[in-house]
Design a protein around this ligand. Structure first.
Ligand SMILES: [Zn+2]
Length: 266
């Protein structure tokens, strides 16, 4: 709790000053220590919902597989098990970097196809030098106001991908203040298309105050290690890549070989 009270010493700038009023501190402390209670309340609300004319439960979809999800209208899901966070200019977001290590991913972009993960062979030969992205698993505070101030303990695990410039911005914060994993960061986006953002250190990582959230996040990462890199691109064999690039040659002799030449000994 000591760290939390010392926030004023750590926090700088307009975003943070505003975000850490005394009243706010108290309310958030309750919030993050009682994440379980929040969830229970949500469940209670759901069960108390007004009965609809036609009860959905009376409809038999006839299948129960992970690819079919029944949810309230308005729910959106990502096709990736762990989603890549994208920032908008209309709202600041609050995130927290989970791990001390960075995952560095080289990718190639293929027109009309998308991104592929570099395998260091045919891709570089045919497409050219790869792009480099720096990836961190993060906690995203889902429920924040426009300034990135949390309104509830609603969090999810996502991946943050950075180009060289933003990566260096974060390294500067780490140089000045220590390990990035101890902080929350408030992200201000100035260009949605190119995801140009500025990162402001915003006090100790709030989600770490909740043992339940710590366990939940550890569980998600344990389960999804191999899914973290998925949003950055597909992995392909050289044969698959050749097909995509239209470079696969049909079996047999090329059409322009003159068979008379091949069989004529003279
Ligand atoms: Zn490559």
């Amino acid at each position: 709790m000591k760290d939390f009270e010392d926030l004023d010493d750590i926090v700088e700038g307009e975003v943070s000053d505003d975000a850490f009023g005394e009243e706010f501190e108290d309310s958030l402390e309750d919030e993050f220590e009682d994440a379980i209670l929040v969830e229970e309340t949500a469940v209670a609300k759901q069960t108390k919902a007004t009965p609809a004319l036609l009860d959905f439960d009376s409809i038999d979809l006839g299948l129960s597989i992970p690819g079919v999800i029944v949810a309230e209208t308005g729910t959106k899901i990502s096709r990736f098990p762990v989603e890549r966070i994208r920032f908008t200019t209309s709202k600041r977001e609050r995130i927290s970097i989970i791990t001390d290590k960075v995952i560095i991913v080289k990718t190639h972009f293929i027109e009309d196809f998308g991104s592929i993960i570099c395998n260091g062979s045919a891709c570089c030969e045919h497409i050219g030098l790869p792009s480099v992205r720096y990836l961190f698993p993060i906690v995203h505070y889902e429920d924040t106001d426009k300034k990135g101030k949390p309104l509830s303990a609603d969090i999810s695990v996502k991946v943050l991908t950075l180009g060289k410039d933003n990566y260096e911005d974060l390294l500067t914060i780490a140089d000045n203040k220590g390990s990035l994993t101890q902080f929350d960061l408030v992200v201000t986006c100035t260009d949605e298309q190119y995801q140009k953002c500025s990162y402001t250190e915003a006090g100790v990582a709030m989600w770490k105050k909740s043992k339940k959230l710590l366990n939940d996040v550890a569980e998600v990462l344990k389960k999804n290690g191999k899914n973290l890199v998925l949003p950055l691109g597909r992995t392909m064999t050289d044969a698959q890549l050749n097909r995509v690039l239209g470079m696969d040659t049909p079996p047999g002799l090329p059409a322009d070989v003159d068979l008379d030449d091949v069989f004529n000994d003279d």
